[in-house]
Design a binder for this molecule. Structure first.
Ligand code: MTE
Length: 341
C-alpha cells in the first residue's frame, strides 16, 4: 500500500521456510481449538457434510488457530448470512496479528503490533451523523449489545497481493444503519477513524492525509456481508487489528476495511477517501477485488496466502469479488468495473 514503491517485503518473502512457532500446536491448545471450531459450526455437522470435505475438515481441526487467551473472550454464534463462513483454513493468529497494515502506527508490517499496544480503546464512542433521521453517538458498550454477535470467516485480500482468512466476531453494519434511519439524500457512507498523534506516532506523517477515511455506497454498507467487527478468533480485537471496532468488507481490497472507527457519516456525494486522495490512479473508490483489473504497477490475477507454502510465489488465483460474486455481483450490474476500479 505504498504510493511510490513496490509493496514492502516482509518476513514471508524473506527466505524463512521453517515452521513458524504458531504453526506448531501445543497439546493444551488443541482442545480449545476444537471448542472454537464447534462454536463456529465448523466441527462435526457443519455447513457441509464432513464427508464431503474430509481433507479440509481435518486440516481445519488440526490447524485452526487457538484463542491465545490474552484478550477478553468475545463469543458469537454461527452466522446464517449467505457466504459468511468460508470453508478455508484460517490464518494463524500470530500471522494475522503481527503482519498488519495500520499506517497510523507505521508503514512496516511489524510496526502496528509493536506500536499499537498503548492505544486507549475504552471509553470509546462512535458518532453517527449526516443524512439520517436519528443522528446520535453510540458508546462502545451500547454497540457491543446492539445486535447479536456472529462468528464469520472471511477471506481478506490486500491490494498488495497477499491474502488471509480471518474468523471475525461482529454483526452486520446494516443493524446500526437501520437504527439511525438514513434520509432519502443518503447515497454514501463515510467512515472516519481515530487520528490522535499522541497515541499514533505516524499520524502527521506525510504518507496519508489524516484521518484515514473510507467510504461505501449505501447499498454496499447495507449488504449483510459488510461487518462491523469487534473481535477475531473468539476474542476482542487486538489494537493492531483495529480495536475496538472496524469494518470487514470481504469482497473489497483490505484498505476499504477501516480500523478504529470514530465516526460514521451519511452523505449525498461520494466521500473523498484517504487512498483516493493519495493516489486516485492506483486506488479507486470501489476497489472491488478483481483479478481482471491490474494495479498500475502489478498484476492482481494471483495472490500469496500468508502462511501457505510457496513463500515467494503468488500461487492462488484471485477470485472475482474475492469469491463473493454470488452474494454481491448484482450490486454492480451495468457498472463498468474497469472504469470504476
Ligand atoms: N485502517 C486504518 N485506520 N489505517 C490503515 O492504515 N489499513 C488498511 C485496512 N484498514 C488501514 C486500515 C489496509 S491497507 C488493510 S490491508 C487492512 O486494514 C489490514 O487489516 P489487518 O492488519 O487486520 O490485516
Amino acid at each position: 500500500m505504498t504510493i511510490h514503491r513496490a509493496p514492502p517485503v516482509d518476513r514471508h518473502t524473506s527466505g524463512l521456510n521453517h515452521p513458524h512457532p504458531s504453526e506448531i500446536t501445543p497439546q493444551a491448545e488443541y482442545a480449545e481449538r476444537r471448542a472454537w471450531l464447534a462454536r463456529s459450526g465448523l466441527a462435526g455437522a457443519g455447513l457441509l457434510a464432513a464427508s464431503a470435505l474430509p481433507g479440509l475438515m481435518r486440516s481445519a481441526q488440526a490447524q485452526a488457530p487457538a484463542r491465545p487467551g490474552k484478550l477478553a473472550a468475545l463469543a458469537g454464534s454461527r452466522s446464517n448470512v449467505a457466504g459468511a463462513l468460508v470453508m478455508e483454513k484460517p490464518t494463524a493468529y500470530t500471522d494475522a496479528t503481527t503482519y498488519n497494515n495500520f499506517y497510523e502506527f507505521g508503514t512496516d508490517k511489524s510496526d502496528p503490533a509493536r506500536n499499537a499496544g498503548k492505544l486507549i480503546t475504552r471509553p470509546w464512542s462512535v458518532a453517527v451523523e449526516g443524512e439520517v433521521k436519528k443522528p446520535r453517538s453510540f458508546d462502545l458498550d451500547e454497540l457491543l449489545k446492539l445486535a447479536p454477535m456472529e462468528d464469520r470467516i472471511y477471506r481478506l485480500r490486500c491490494v498488495e497481493g497477499w491474502s488471509m482468512v480471518i474468523p471475525w466476531v461482529g454483526w452486520s453494519l446494516a443493524e446500526l444503519i437501520k437504527k439511525v434511519e438514513p434520509t432519502g439524500n443518503a447515497k454514501y457512507v463515510e467512515f472516519v477513524t481515530l487520528a490522535d498523534p499522541k497515541q499514533m506516532p505516524f499520524v502527521g506523517s506525510r504518507v496519508l492525509d489524516w484521518p484515514y477515511v473510507e467510504g461505501l455506497r449505501l447499498d454496499e454498507a447495507m449488504h449483510p456481508l459488510t461487518l462491523l467487527a469487534f473481535g477475531m478468533y473468539g476474542e476482542v480485537l487486538p489494537n493492531q487489528n483495529g480495536a475496538p471496532l472496524r469494518l470487514a468488507v470481504p469482497w473489497k481490497y483490505g484498505f476499504k476495511s477501516a480500523k478504529s472507527l470514530v465516526k460514521i457519516r451519511f452523505v449525498e456525494k461520494q466521500p473523498p477517501t484517504a487512498w483516493v486522495k493519495a493516489a486516485a490512479q492506483e486506488y479507486g473508490f470501489y476497489s472491488n477485488v478483481n483479478p481482471n483489473v491490474d494495479h498500475p504497477r502489478w498484476s492482481q490475477a494471483t495472490e500469496r496466502r500468508i502462511g501457505e507454502d510457496g513463500l515467494f510465489t503468488r500461487k492462488r488465483p484471485t477470485l472475482m469479488f474475492n469469491g463473493y460474486e454470488a452474494q454481491v455481483g448484482q450490486m454492480y450490474a451495468g457498472l463498468d468495473l474497469k472504469k470504476n476500479y
